[in-house]
Design a protein around this ligand. Structure first.
Ligand code: G1P
Length: 288
């Protein structure tokens, strides 16, 4: 089965200002690797090679990043810098771009990509969420889809404040890691959350999501139009399953979380872990 990927990367990134005044938040690096790079790798390792990135006009750096850099390649080849050459090698994938024309929510962004995504199931990612796992997250979701034949939301139980997220209303256990859901509430007021299970930024949809989004868009009055509205419609027809993924999720969407993401990533790389451990030891930070 051929599954495409789409990354909704058009947001202004206001939670990471002032850096995002000129730099797309997806280009902010975990040390030396832009955060969006991890999602592209997750897709490719999951067998997804046709990838659409939805951006907007202030995010040209994203297009440049995934393009070739022939000048630099030439310099590295001439100087035998094989390691450096490897680092800028373009991905073996078809990565294309479109720009969201009207900035009014993820629902509109996805609708603008309908013609590209109308042939079959696709995985949608929001770039704020990076998941490190042995089996890449998108592949876990593709397998869950093959098993249950429903749209799949990646979910996790969340001990903290869930009011920033889409919170699912689970009602039937389908297997050890999967629930059919009754609904989903976007950013519930404290005390109004249907569960403690949040939906993170990974979804597997069939093209039927577009009809559902259009149905809801007609009656949408004001404010951002979220993809969540389409999910609510699918859930009414029992066509959505929430899948508790395996892996470590890190959130790069806001300053404190981003800093934590950098630290978390440092622990996964021996070269960086050494620096972090020395830093803690030298400054005696154990009880700060
Ligand atoms: C979006 C979704 C929300 C989800 C979240 C995960 O919210 O609308 O349902 O829980 O991503 O990161 P946003 O971060 O765009 O406010």
């Amino acid at each position: 089965m051929k599954i495409k990927g789409v990354i909704v990367a058009a947001g202004y990134g206001t939670r990471l200002l002032p850096a995002t005044k000129t730099l797309p938040k997806e280009m902010l690096p975990l040390v030396d690797t832009p955060s969006i790079d991890f999602i592209i790798k997750e897709f490719i390792e999951s067998g997804i090679k046709d990838i659409l990135i939805i951006t907007h006009r202030k995010k040209k750096a994203l297009e440049d990043y995934f393009d070739r850099d022939p000048e630099l390649e030439k310099v590295f080849i001439e100087n035998g810098k094989i390691k450096e050459l490897e680092k800028i090698k373009p991905y073996d994938a078809n990565i294309v771009f479109t720009r969201q024309k009207v900035m009014n929510g993820t629902g509109n962004a996805l609708l603008e990509a309908e013609s590209w995504l109308s042939e079959g199931p696709f995985v949608m990612a929001y770039p704020d969420d990076i998941v490190f796992s042995e089996k890449p997250l998108a592949l876990q979701m593709i397998e869950a889809y093959q098993k249950h034949q429903k749209s799949i939301l990646a979910v996790m139980s969340f001990p903290g404040d869930v009011s920033r997220y889409g919170v699912i209303d689970p009602f039937k256990k389908l297997d050890e890691k999967t629930y059919q859901i009754k609904g989903i509430v976007e950013k519930p007021k404290p005390g109004k959350e249907p569960s403690r299970m949040i939906s993170i930024g990974r979804y597997l949809f069939e093209p039927s999501i577009f009809e559902k989004l259009k149905t809801r868009l007609v009656n949408h009055e004001k404010g951002e139009f979220y993809v969540t509205e389409g999910i609510e419609e699918l859930a009414l027809e029992e066509k959505v399953a929430a899948y508790e993924f395996t892996g470590k999720r890190i959130d790069t969407g806001q300053a404190e979380a981003f800093f934590e993401a950098v630290l978390e990533y440092s622990l996964m790389r021996p070269d960086l872990k050494k620096v972090l451990c020395n830093f803690i030891k030298e400054r005696n930070l154990y009880d700060c």
